[in-house]
Write a protein that binds this ligand. Structure first.
Ligand code: ADP
Ligand code: MG
Length: 682
């Protein structure tokens, strides 16, 4: 029978319909899927011993004869234990199986088998418990290095292993080589056929490592070639080549001098804007480093050069704050701005859209409302997304589609470890604002438990008496969609009774927008001293008089999120504090909280977070745009990531559209990549 890589699994001998269905649950449908269903780890079963040499606690292979037939004995709790005695030339060994009535038919007295299992001492005697066994001389898995797969109910490791083995026998030789030969030579990479075989059934651990390196390299390489390729293709000519790149009339109006980092990044942006190619730049910098004003200066340049600019923020609060903060500055330069959010009436939105289309409005701030269909610009030349990690690639793309190849500026205060930035933003240039404005003080951070509740309340009261303000952030304590709201509501009640005479406000995502705005405005104006909220205030909000950030159930937050929340304070001249209430202090939680207490460096915290939680959880479920990796790890394969990045750059430099013969298969894989990752690539 002929079988190809795209044949369904059923084409493999021994894979019936029921098994095929279980595989499908794991996303494995074709022979190729199975061959690239990589084991999560390997088990080395090569160690063999004679019975007389066995030691308590070791897991080994023993080849032995079944000396006494399998016998079942009932236990006190109604189960049956099956016993037999094994023998080799060195001695005897009891073997025990729990609740496997088929054993009687599988282990035949007088025959030789190879057993793999754990040796343990039971009332002073060594025995083998629940070993895996195969007929001696015909071992498939025992005495070798064996793959262990991620599995699903009812699909045993043995069934997966047998299917993988069969797939390799049938189709292993049909595997085409995807990497160009020159690349394989340069980076010393084994062939795909070798890699696929040895990743499942390696001859030894060295081969497994050689195979893994090739596959990790390939995965990163394809990802980065795809991203860089897209970046190259995006390098069309820009219809917006700005001639006037002097932003000093705008920055001169600021009540402070720009930091060196801000000036450097603005310079990079100005260069992009005049370069003749559309800008695609990510500005990353810790909370409070002053990214907003950088974007505003770029927007000023767009307007100065006769165009429009838009800035999209993930929440209404933040969008409103941008508009309120910047509109007065723009007004002094005669630049009309407007704010658009979901809560405006249809009529108001239509008015704004009309004024945009006529060119009357030059700068638009807003939420997702900006990218709605009805909103049209006359000539949008700069599209800014603030807190861009909160948006999907698709949403950023929709904003860009509002103009003709507009310049794109994205900002994020979630510092992204370099390993992630490379993969996630391979198609963007990255600028880092690595300096805080002068005079910022360290935010003293404490991790406390319930026992400190009263003292912390007293502390809030003292600070409030000095005119300072506090945030109290609640996360969900129970599960359920509005659990965090409940938590915030009851925390606000508790604080109101604990702090008589101090005004306590409440803010959560279930409130109407007008209510939220009113509460936020009161807090900004100092009419509210303590603001209890859900994480709606996580990003961007700026109230310099707030000096305390109290976080309830801090153990439930990611480190980067905690850092982000902490960044809401310490924004004015006053000494600021962050208090993390954490219960259930497991060792891991303790370590995470310790990092928060010790470090104020967002990048360091992000790297630690990535290391501790892995890239999937690093951003939480909100994260879009993180590609799923089959074998490579963003936490541990940094070296290979770098190598493959350099390789991708070189290949594209040599053959930007991958038209050369030797890049034929690579091009196919990249097209597949774009097909599979529609969400990721927009
Ligand atoms: P983020 O980078 O987190 O978005 P913001 O842009 O909100 O930070 O800036 C935080 C605060 O720092 C704002 O109050 C802003 O006015 C102020 N700020 C920005 N740049 C400077 C500077 N160079 N000197 C002093 N204060 C600054
Ligand atoms: Mg910001």
């Amino acid at each position: 029978m002929s079988i190809s890589l795209s044949s369904p699994l059923g084409a493999i001998k021994g894979v019936g319909e029921a098994t095929e269905k279980k595989f499908r649950r794991l996303g494995v449908c074709t022979v190729w899927d199975l061959l690239t269903f990589f084991p999560v780890r390997l088990e080395d079963r090569r160690a063999e011993k004679k019975i007389a040499d066995l030691r308590d606690g070791e897991t080994v292979c023993v080849t032995a004869n079944v000396f006494t037939p399998v016998e079942g004995r009932p236990t006190r709790n109604g189960q049956t234990v099956y016993h037999a005695t094994l023998r080799d030339e060195s001695g005897f060994l009891p073997v025990v199986f729990f609740n496997n009535r088929f054993i009687k038919n599988m282990l035949i007295k007088g025959r030789d088998y190879t057993f793999y299992g754990k040796v343990s001492a039971s009332s002073g005697r060594l025995e083998l418990t629940n070993p895996e066994f195969e007929p001696a001389g015909r071992e498939l898995f025992n005495k070798s290095v064996v793959p262990v797969y991620h599995s699903t109910a009812g699909l045993s490791q043995r069934v997966i292993r047998r299917a993988a083995l069969a797939a390799l026998e049938l189709a292993g030789d049909a595997l085409p080589e995807t990497l160009p030969p020159s690349l394989r030579r340069e980076y010393n990479l084994c062939s795909l056929a070798f890699a696929i075989r040895e990743i499942h059934f390696p001859r030894d651990m060295e081969n497994a490592e050689i195979a893994r390196r090739r596959l990790v390299f390939e995965e990163f390489f394809i990802l980065q070639t795809a991203l860089r390729g897209r970046k190259l293709m995006n390098r069309v000519a820009s219809p917006h080549v700005f001639a006037d790149l002097d932003f000093s009339p705008f920055t001169g109006l600021l009540p402070y001098a720009l930091t060196g980092a801000q000036r450097r990044v603005l310079g990079e942006i100005a260069e992009d804007l005049g370069s003749g190619r559309p800008m695609s730049r990510l500005v990353q910098g810790d909370v409070g480093c002053g990214k907003t004003v950088i974007a505003a200066a770029a927007m000023y340049l767009a307007v100065k050069n006769g165009c429009q600019a838009a800035m999209m923020a993930p929440t209404e609060i933040l969008a409103a704050q941008h508009c309120e903060g910047l509109a007065p500055l723009f007004a002094r330069l005669g630049i009309p701005c407007r704010l658009i959010t979901g809560s405006l009436t249809k009529k108001r939105k239509a008015e704004i859209s009309e004024a945009l289309l006529s060119g009357e409005i030059k700068v638009l701030f807003g939420t997702h409302a900006i990218i709605q269909e009805g909103v049209r610009f006359r000539n949008l030349a700069l599209a800014v997304t603030d807190e861009q990690h909160r948006f999907g690639v698709r949403q950023r793309g929709t904003l860009s589609a509002k103009g003709e190849e507009p310049h794109v500026l994205a900002m994020t205060a979630t510092p992204i470890p370099r390993s992630l930035a490379l993969v996630m933003y391979g198609d963007m240039d990255v600028s880092s604002v690595d300096e805080l404005p002068p005079g910022r003080q360290r935010i003293d951070t404490f991790c406390v438990d319930e026992g400190m509740r009263e003292r912390i309340n007293a502390f809030i009261a003292r600070e409030a008496a000095k005119g300072r303000q506090a945030y109290v952030v609640c996360s969900a304590i129970e599960d359920g969609p509005s659990a965090d709201v409940k938590a915030a509501v009851s925390r606000a009640e508790a604080l109101r009774s604990a702090l008589p005479g101090i005004s306590v406000g409440l803010l959560h995502g279930r409130m109407k927008n007008a209510e939220k705005d009113a509460v936020m405005a009161d807090f900004a104006a100092g009419k509210i001293s303590v603001l209890v909220s859900t994480t709606v205030i996580e990003v961007g909000v700026n109230v310099p008089n707030a000096t305390m950030m109290i976080i309830e159930n801090a153990e439930r937050f990611g480190l980067s999120q905690l850092h982000q929340l902490r960044g809401r304070v310490g924004r004015g001249g006053h000494k600021s504090y962050c208090v993390l209430f954490a219960g259930n202090l497991s060792e891991a939680t303790l370590e995470r909280m310790k990092i928060m207490v010790q470090s104020g460096d967002g990048l360091k915290i992000a790297e630690k977070d990535l290391e501790l939680r892995g890239p999937g959880e690093f951003f939480g479920s909100r994260q879009h745009g993180l590609p799923e990796l089959k074998i490579a790890s963003l936490a541990t394969d940094m070296d290979v990531l770098k190598e493959s990045g350099a390789a991708a750059a070189r290949i594209l430099k040599d053959d930007p559209y991958l038209e050369k013969e030797e890049n034929f298969y690579l091009k196919g894989r990249i097209e597949e990549f774009f097909k599979d990752k529609k969400d990721f690539m927009a």
